[in-house]
Design a protein around this ligand. Structure first.
Ligand SMILES: NC(=O)c1ccc[n+]([C@@H]2O[C@H](COP(=O)([O-])OP(=O)(O)OC[C@H]3O[C@@H](n4cnc5c(N)ncnc54)[C@H](OP(=O)(O)O)[C@@H]3O)[C@@H](O)[C@H]2O)c1
Length: 192
């Protein structure tokens, strides 16, 4: 989302996750090989260079994630570099072993976004997992959804969207189909 598309509170929170075709963001055993690119190339798709990816990632000011996603990210190899990360948790984690860029937060999520992060960061990315994304959606704290669909059916796993979200319209802003068969759908929260 560009800064001109910030919401009325001046914040820009983008929910970004990768989903299977059947709406799962994780397998029961937590394995992630389903996110690997298939060998088959979608010729009409676009490809992005390492340089473009790096520039794009640089535009993200802060990541927010749930504690289970945090644990999984630590296991897989930290993907967020030195960009500030807020881990939402009710547990006291041993901060001594954490990176300097990581902050743990427990409390009201609206206060986290509007009181703590929005004054400091322009481009805030909520990157999972399902539980935290669902809470953010229920509270109306998401301004943009970026859903990357992987070309795979998983059959079972962790659903991105639960039953608790209310009906709400979103405006399609962009569709990008990549050479690896992944499709990225971008939506912004519809006003009125
Ligand atoms: N496909 C993708 O793009 C993608 C992206 C992200 C994650 N994932 C996968 O999703 C799985 C994790 O998702 P998940 O839904 O199980 O867990 P999650 O949302 O990552 O984390 C849930 C935990 O966050 C904390 N939390 C959530 N809401 C809170 C609130 N309002 N206040 C305080 N703490 C709160 C609680 O931690 P405490 O118990 O510490 O209090 C809760 O147990 C992993 O397998 C991960 O790899 C996939």
């Amino acid at each position: 989302m560009s800064s001109s598309e910030k919401n009325a509170n001046g914040r820009s929170v983008t929910l970004h996750v990768v989903s299977s075709l059947d709406g799962f963001i994780a397998k029961k055993d937590n394995s992630v090989s389903w996110m690997d690119s298939p060998g088959k190339i979608y010729e009409a798709g676009v490809s992005i260079s390492e340089k473009e990816i790096a520039a794009f990632l640089k535009s993200i000011d802060c990541y927010v994630l749930g504690s289970r996603t945090y644990e999984h990210a630590l296991e897989l190899g930290w993907p967020y570099g030195d960009t500030p990360v807020v881990v939402v948790t009710n547990i006291k984690w041993p901060s001594a072993s954490a990176r300097k860029s990581i902050e743990f937060y427990s409390g009201d999520l609206k206060t986290l976004i509007d009181g703590k992060l929005a004054p400091r960061y322009r481009n805030i990315w909520l990157v999972g997992g399902a539980m935290l994304c669902q809470r953010f959606l229920e509270l109306g704290l998401v301004d943009e959804i970026k859903l990357t669909i992987a070309p795979v059916l998983l059959g079972e796993g962790l659903r991105l969207f639960g039953d608790s979200a209310q009906e709400k319209r979103w405006s399609l802003k962009n569709v990008a189909a990549y050479k690896n068969g992944f499709v990225e759908l971008s939506y912004s929260a519809a006003t009125a």
